[in-house]
Design a protein around this ligand. Structure first.
Ligand code: MSP
Length: 602
């Protein structure tokens, strides 16, 4: 074992220190060989929700959320060639689509990185030089089975042999492999393996726990060194190895370094955000992020991430999404039915990190209609109904009425739910269990709808005019005033519930909650986690005034989707967008079309 390596490593073992005052979250960077689908969106909305939660809890924290596109390698080379599009143009097109979809779905990324950018090439060159200088890289003749789709060499035990054809396939992904013999640079993974195990075993870095176990299983065998370069004449669409133009950097090493580039590496400013607080990845890329990535970092003298949050996959009606099955769910087309907020809600509400989730159009329709339209939306419409709330205000709470109403079971249940919502949801967010946050909020909203119905506000008439003559208060008038105050209190308690639920759900459906809180005229600075505590609080008299609602914001939060379930059995008309075409190809197609229509006309 290389002595220099050991010395460097033992002085490093702190995994993981935390940068303070900052929060750095990442999504994987997305291959540009295919347009975005809901699986990709899922990685991004999780990272976005985590970052938004951080801002909600600690508005002073500087949050950095990075996403972007992974643009090098054989796979991309081949995809561009198949479309007869220059590879750079091909990358621009698909990368642009990711950027656009993420914008539409409200991903608040502070950076969008492309591996073809100059800043990234510099980071990769510097990182490579560091590994090389520290003795972690050596040159060797290498042969093995390479899987282009997965961009990785596989060992015999990771292959399946098709005896009929003699072809081999990756056991895990099912993609074909090809025998490759070449001279490569190798990374001494075998020497870092024990350090990676140390990092994983320190606990809490790989979540959910299930994936920590899977990773430790993978690490229980001695791992061979990894090839970290390819001959430039085979893979030219890649970053050149510094000082050796015959080789290009292995796409996974290139791709992983994006997380450093985005933090500012090689400039020292990267330290402000290093190590990342959370890196969101899908289960298929666990090996790269849970073994190679910490190994590369530890070898280069850098801290591995604080947390890898691994999610499972989306299937569609029980089947793996794939182009050949024509079941790839395109977010842009789906949003026409569900809206982007609806899609975001569905993914975070239905997705459970440790198990695969099933995307079904019928289920999406049911959930969005029953929860966003009928439960959340309906409660807001009720509280804002002109018949009950003609002055369009967030009314005052009257202490006597609050006490009286709380004698009702329905009100008590609502109060109990609200008293627990902060602690429960804080725990669920801390565990990245968004579905449990939504469960808690929805059951609170059910309690609120029930309270509203049980307290029958429509029976409490508004007084025509509260007339008092001297010290004598007319008995009927007193009743009127009491009724009016009770009505105000019921609406205020309902609005308080909506305000609390709106604050809690912001990381999950930010635009929808923004609209809800706008309607309730909740000032921006009072939409933070710390504003969750003053529910049903009768404030001091000068604060306890009715506030006008925002009349410019529609009280309909989420429109019911009016499709019939039968229409959705086969899925709404969702198609993947066309791949980019060269001008020549488009011209050719146009010619063919014209020729066809001429023939038809004859
Ligand atoms: N480019 C690599 C990542 C490099 S990160 C340094 C890559 N790209 S990807 O486009 O194939 O996948 C990006 C993310 O989308 C991964 O987290 C992956 O797990 C996720 N998903 C792709 N299909 C998915 C589903 N069907 N369901 C959920 N997420 C899935 O891998």
């Amino acid at each position: 074992m290389n002595v220099m390596v050991i010395n460097n490593l033992s002085s490093l073992r702190r995994y993981c220190v935390q940068a303070s005052g900052t929060f750095y979250a990442t999504t994987p960077i997305f291959y540009v060989n295919a347009a975005p689908h809901i699986g990709h969106l899922y990685s991004a909305v999780i990272a976005d929700a985590l970052s938004r939660y951080q801002r909600l809890r600690q508005p002073q924290t500087q949050v950095h959320l990075c996403t972007g596109t992974d643009e090098h390698g054989t796979k991309i080379q081949q995809a561009a060639a198949a479309q007869s599009v220059p590879v750079a143009q091909y990358c621009d097109e698909i990368s642009g689509r990711y950027r656009q979809v993420f914008k539409e779905v409200g991903i608040a990324n502070t950076d969008f990185i492309r591996t073809t950018e100059q800043r990234h090439k510099q980071a990769v060159a510097q990182f490579w030089r560091t590994l090389h200088k520290l003795g972690h890289i050596y040159s060797a003749a290498y042969s093995g089975w390479y899987c282009v789709s997965d961009e990785t060499f596989l060992t015999d035990s990771q292959l399946r042999l098709d005896t009929a054809t003699g072809a081999r396939f990756s056991l895990e992904s099912g993609h074909p492999v090809e025998w490759t013999e070449e001279t490569n640079y190798m990374f001494r993974l075998s020497e870092i393996q024990e350090n990676v195990i140390y990092w994983v075993k320190k606990g809490g870095h790989v979540r959910p726990k299930k994936f920590e176990k899977i990773l430790l299983d993978m690490l229980s065998e001695s791992l061979p060194d990894v090839s970290v370069s390819r001959p430039a004449n085979r893979v030219h669409w890649a970053i050149p190895v510094p000082d050796d133009e015959t080789q290009t950097v292995y796409v996974w090493l290139d791709a992983l370094i994006n997380y450093l580039t985005s933090a500012g590496y090689p400039d020292k400013k990267y330290r402000k955000f290093w190590p990342p607080n959370v890196q969101v990845i899908g289960k298929d890329i666990l090996k790269f992020h849970g073994i190679y990535w910490p190994a590369f970092l530890i070898a280069a003298g850098l801290e591995p991430p604080q947390q890898l949050f691994v999610h499972s996959h989306w299937t569609v009606d029980g089947q793996k999404m794939s182009k050949s099955k024509h079941n790839v769910v395109d977010p842009v087309a789906s949003a026409k039915t569900y809206t982007m907020e609806g899609l975001r809600y569905f993914l975070l509400r239905e997705g459970v990190a440790h198990s695969d989730g099933n995307f079904s159009h019928v289920k999406a329709l049911r959930i969005l209609n029953s929860e966003l339209a009928d439960t959340l939306g309906n409660l807001l419409s009720r509280a804002c109904a002109k018949s009950l709330n003609p002055q369009q205000v967030y009314p005052r709470l009257h202490a006597v009425q609050v006490d009286d109403l709380l004698r009702m079971d329905a009100a008590k249940r609502l109060q109990d739910a609200l008293q627990q919502i902060e602690a429960r949801c804080a725990q669920h967010y801390a565990d990245n269990n968004f579905y449990l946050v939504v469960d808690t909020v929805i059951s609170t909203l059910h309690a609120a709808n029930n309270f509203f119905e049980t307290s029958r506000p429509w029976e409490l008439k508004r007084p025509a005019a509260a007339v008092t003559t001297g010290n004598d208060v007319d008995a009927a008038n007193t009743q009127n005033i009491e009724n009016f105050e009770r009505l105000e209190t019921i609406i205020a308690m309902t609005m308080d519930t909506l305000r609390i639920c709106g604050i809690v759900l912001q990381p999950i459906v930010p635009q929808l909650c923004g609209k809800l809180l706008d309607k309730l005229a909740v000032p921006q600075e009072q939409r933070l986690w710390r504003n969750l505590d003053d529910c049903f609080a009768t404030k001091s008299s000068n604060e306890n005034v009715a506030r006008p609602l925002d009349v410019h914001t529609d009280a309909v939060l989420f429109r019911r989707i009016l499709l019939k379930e039968e229409d959705l059995q086969a899925g709404p008309p969702i198609k993947s967008p066309p791949v980019p075409q060269t001008k020549e190809k488009m011209k050719q197609k146009q010619k063919e079309k014209t020729a066809k229509s001429k023939t038809a006309a004859q």
